[in-house]
Design a protein around this ligand. Structure first.
Ligand code: PRP
Ligand code: URA
Length: 209
């Protein structure tokens, strides 16, 4: 089974409270989704391998450690995952970015694919999939299946809120994928929305409702 990490860091929990608040407007919502993505990416990259190198400081020569040999590709799921991309690129500016376009059919709740463009060398990269909401899990499962067709070195998923049903479905479909979240909420409602959740993430980021 992949790991599931629910980050309780006070900065993340504070920003999550502001995201949940229906009175938070699009501009602040967008800024905080980006900030949370950066903080969660920090957590997801805890296991990056380090190698020892020698550097000359102004005073002496010393051994120190740097990240080496890790090539990252971030893959936001459109649209809401786009809100996370600037934050994670602030941490890893050399990463490549792929895009997967999916939306949930409002009646069947099944994901509908409309776009997929991944970095050409994705098979040499560790992929981090970004989507703030894991509701039924259908979108993340589908996106990860499509990415796996290109055989990347590893895949992690960074979200913000998950429903228990979605997390379970994702773990069953892709047990090799580590999942990083800020909250595991109570349930899905009859329309497939996460409760208490934060509403429709794409609409709140882009102000489309
Ligand atoms: C939202 C969200 C996820 C998906 C989660 O996207 O950003 O991609 O729903 O639901 P699931 O786990 O049940 O698949 P939506 O379909 O609303 O598309 P949008 O981001 O373009 O608005
Ligand atoms: N997608 C969202 O944006 N929010 C939900 O609560 C469920 C799916």
């Amino acid at each position: 089974m992949g790991k599931v990490v629910i980050t309780k860091h006070p900065l993340i929990q504070h920003k999550l409270a502001l995201l949940r608040d229906k009175n938070t407007g699009s501009k602040d919502f967008r800024v905080m989704v980006g900030e949370m993505a950066m903080l969660m990416c920090f957590e997801a990259m805890r296991d990056l391998p380090l190698v020892e190198i020698e550097v000359e400081t102004p005073l002496t020569i010393t051994n120190t450690r740097v990240i080496s040999g890790t090539k990252i590709a971030f893959v936001p799921i459109l649209r809401a995952g786009l809100g996370m991309i600037d934050g994670v690129l602030n941490l890893v500016p050399s990463a490549r970015v792929g895009h997967i376009g999916l939306y949930r059919d409002p009646d069947s709740l099944q994901p509908v694919d409309y776009y997929c463009k991944l970095p050409i060398d994705v098979s040499e990269r560790d992929v981090i999939v970004l989507d703030p909401m894991l509701a039924t899990g259908g979108s993340a499962i589908d996106a990860i299946s499509r990415i796996k067709e290109h055989a990347p070195k590893s895949i992690k998923f960074i979200g913000i809120i998950a429903a228990p049903e979605g997390l379970q479905a994702l773990e069953e479909a892709h047990p090799d994928v580590d999942v990083f979240l800020a909250s595991l909420d109570e349930k899905l409602d009859e329309h497939g929305y996460i409760v208490p959740g934060l509403g429709d993430a794409g609409d709140r980021i882009f102000g489309t409702k």
